[in-house]
Design a protein around this ligand. Structure first.
Ligand code: HEC
Length: 89
């Protein structure tokens, strides 16, 4: 319950399925779980200093499971770019 709740909270900002809301909110969908988890831990440890108002506050409430579960979840989501973003290839 708590973990799916954390995922829902991520989607509130990071968009449905973690697809991102450019330009301010990066996508999480398809991102390597290791990358997502390590960014969250860097915020927790104070070594990532961007956007402490948003992510900096959120990570204070997360324990290891709350980091690894959404990180694993977003890795297996297929990224669907929002309509405002055109494929660049
Ligand atoms: C209040 C809005 C908000 C919520 C809720 C939120 N985020 Fe974020 N997140 C942001 C913003 C804004 C950024 C961009 C900050 C930056 O790069 O400094 C960001 C950046 C990130 C990044 C860095 C992405 C990158 O490309 O480096 C990760 C990872 C991340 N969020 C994961 C999560 C996870 C997992 C959750 C749920 C536990 C979550 N976020 C909930 C607003 C939010």
């Amino acid at each position: 319950m708590r973990r799916s709740g954390a995922r829902l909270a991520c989607a509130n900002c990071h968009g449905p399925g973690g697809r991102g809301e450019p330009p301010a909110i990066p996508y999480l969908a398809g991102q390597y779980a290791h990358y997502t988890a390590s960014q969250l831990r860097m915020w927790q440890q104070g070594s990532r200093k961007t956007n402490l108002g948003a992510m900096g506050d959120i990570v204070k409430k997360l324990d290891d499971g709350d980091i690894d579960a959404p990180a694993a979840y977003f890795q297996q989501v297929i990224a669907t770019p929002p309509k405002s973003v055109k494929a660049k290839e």
